[in-house]
Design a protein around this ligand. Structure first.
Ligand SMILES: [Zn+2]
Length: 270
């Protein structure tokens, strides 16, 4: 195999020459297939991530609504408690009124001024209690109105958010289906490329892809592995250029290749 050195040591093989070599050279073909597998696996990983995040969008919205519902039920409890307090104050008020009426009747039957004045003072005290209770009831009533208003507008907000959630769920369902289709298409392509490789190479690739953050095949640029960004040795570089065997990075263990030009190994999903 002949290598053409152009552009200093950055590019070792021109795109055209590489193309011809690729067709003739099984090693380069194997690297091409591995790069396509890598490209497919990278895309699948991204799409699986997208699917996950779309799912999170729904969960986030659901959680948000649940929180609001919890707040709403707290408001409901507050309303009940204010109602209860108003009820008990109203009872107090009624009993004060009954006591005052009773004292007034007693007043008509007293014989001395002293008794009369004592009852009058007692009535005065009860009247004062009554007015304190009335003020408290008025205060609680306006508090009740205010919470009631908040409750109603909160209820509307939740209703609105539930409509939004339904719309989001529809969108996410559609997106999920699209993503699923894309993933299945890519998996079919993956099977096609995987079948082009001998079982040893495929096993090595699969092992690397599952252990090395889903990146098993990497470029060498300026003698630097683009997987771990460590320099590769001259020996590794020579092995890469000779193109006889699969070459692995001595630092991270990934499969290495030399970038040959502008060719695009991206697999088109659509
Ligand atoms: Zn490396």
């Amino acid at each position: 195999m002949e290598l053409v050195r152009i552009d200093g040591c950055r590019r070792f093989v021109s795109s055209e020459v590489h193309k011809i070599i690729s067709q003739e050279d099984a090693m380069n073909e194997r690297i091409e297939v591995l790069r396509r597998l890598q490209s497919i696996d990278t895309q699948v990983k991204r799409l699986v991530g997208d699917k996950l995040y779309r799912g999170y969008d729904v969960q986030k919205k659901q959680h948000h609504i649940q929180q609001k519902k919890a707040e709403l039920s707290k408001l409901g409890e507050e309303i009940k408690s204010v109602q209860k307090n108003v009820g008990s104050k109203e009872l107090d008020l009624k009993s004060r009124e009954a006591e005052i009426n009773k004292l007034r009747l007693q007043m008509n039957q007293v014989k001395t001024n002293k008794e009369y004045n004592a009852i009058k003072t007692e009535i005065g005290g009860k009247e004062a209690d009554k007015s304190v209770l009335e003020d408290a009831i008025l205060g609680m009533m306006s508090q009740y109105e205010e919470i009631q208003q908040r409750y109603k507008s909160f209820e509307k907000e939740i209703e609105h958010e539930e409509t939004q959630l339904k719309e989001l769920q529809r969108q996410v369902e559609t997106d999920m289906k699209t993503l699923e289709t894309e993933i299945n298409e890519l998996k079919k392509k993956r099977d096609k490329y995987a079948s082009m490789l001998d079982s040893d190479t495929l096993q090595q690739y699969n092992r690397l892809v599952s252990h090395k953050d889903a990146v098993a095949v990497v470029n060498v640029v300026n003698k630097v592995c683009q997987g771990c960004f460590m320099s590769v040795t001259a020996q590794i570089l020579n092995q890469l250029m000779s193109g006889k065997d699969l070459t692995f990075c001595n630092s991270c263990g990934r499969i290495l290749y030399l970038e040959s030009g502008n060719e695009d190994v991206e697999e088109d999903v659509k």
